[in-house]
Write a protein that binds this ligand. Structure first.
Ligand code: F6R
Length: 264
């Protein structure tokens, strides 16, 4: 579906509904859809809306497959911040999605490179990701591909930046020392193989990263910029996150005059 990077600027609640609409349409078309799931705050509104549609409108995930973007290394199985637990708590356990059909990289494996390679194989065996939800770090990371990540990287171990660990300390009693230093993450090359990328960002602290993502030069300095090379990207941002976009009026005009049949 050769499209461009589409930017939609709207209130946060509306953005969640738009993303949920894309996912619902895809699930109704193909119940065995493969969804790429992000953790963190950005997709929470989408998950809440999908849970509501499951409860009130019978939207089913019973045949869907889910792959997480990333996982902390070394957090115990039952740790509430282990992403595999976070996604169950916030989303998948609240709908009819069998636990065995949602997986993430194994941050507890004794052989981490082997766990990364087997994760890549699992995604491939499932036929690849149809829709990948993404957030963006204030330093421009997607998944945990921090600045300097190879633009063609695959699932591997990474060290988190101090900025990311500070940003995430809110989930660890505001104590940066409790935030793991290492993670396993899908690479930028891995993410780029998903057929539709939907990135959500809100708040002023994301404004610079969003500006770079959409308008900066493609560079490992701002890893999310690699998305400019992808044929089907939807960037859903609120006013605060859009504040530094130089062409934001143009993006608004394109979206407002877009024919209804086109969809995201
Ligand atoms: C989470 C992930 C990260 C987050 C990013 C933004 O699985 O891959 O890239 O999407 O750190 O986090 P929030 O949404 O909490 O601002």
């Amino acid at each position: 579906m050769g499209k461009h990077m589409e930017v939609v600027i709207a209130p946060k609640g509306d953005l969640a509904v738009l993303a949920a609409d894309v996912i619902e349409a895809q699930l109704r078309r193909r119940p065995g859809t493969v969804l790429g799931l992000a953790t963190g705050s950005s997709p929470l509104g989408v998950y809440r809306e999908l849970i509501r549609r499951h409860r009130e409108e019978g939207l089913s995930f019973s045949r869907a497959r889910g792959f997480l973007l990333d996982e902390y290394v070394g957090l115990p199985d039952d740790h509430p911040q282990r992403y595999r637990n976070v996604i169950a708590e916030e989303f998948t356990a609240q709908v009819d999605w069998p636990d065995s059909q949602v997986t993430g990289p194994d941050g507890l494996a004794t052989d981490l490179p082997a766990a990364c390679a087997s994760y890549e194989r699992a995604i491939e065996a499932a036929g690849g990701v149809d829709i990948q939800l993404l957030g963006i770090g204030s330093d421009g990371h997607i998944a945990f591909n921090e600045p300097g990540s190879s633009l063609v990287s695959r699932t591997r171990i990474k060290s988190l930046t101090r900025q990311t660990r500070e940003d995430n300390a809110r989930f660890f009693d505001d104590d940066i020392d409790q935030v793991p230093v290492h993670c396993l993450t899908q690479g930028l090359g891995t993410i780029g193989e998903a057929r539709h990328l939907i990135l959500l960002a809100s708040g002023a602290e994301k404004a610079e990263a969003v500006h770079q993502l959409v308008e900066g030069p493609v560079s490992a300095r701002w890893p999310a910029t690699v998305m400019q090379l992808h044929p089907h990207v939807t960037v859903l941002v609120d006013e605060a996150a859009a504040a530094r976009l130089e062409l934001r009026d143009y993006y608004r005009e394109i979206y407002e005059s877009k024919p209804d049949w086109q969809g995201l």
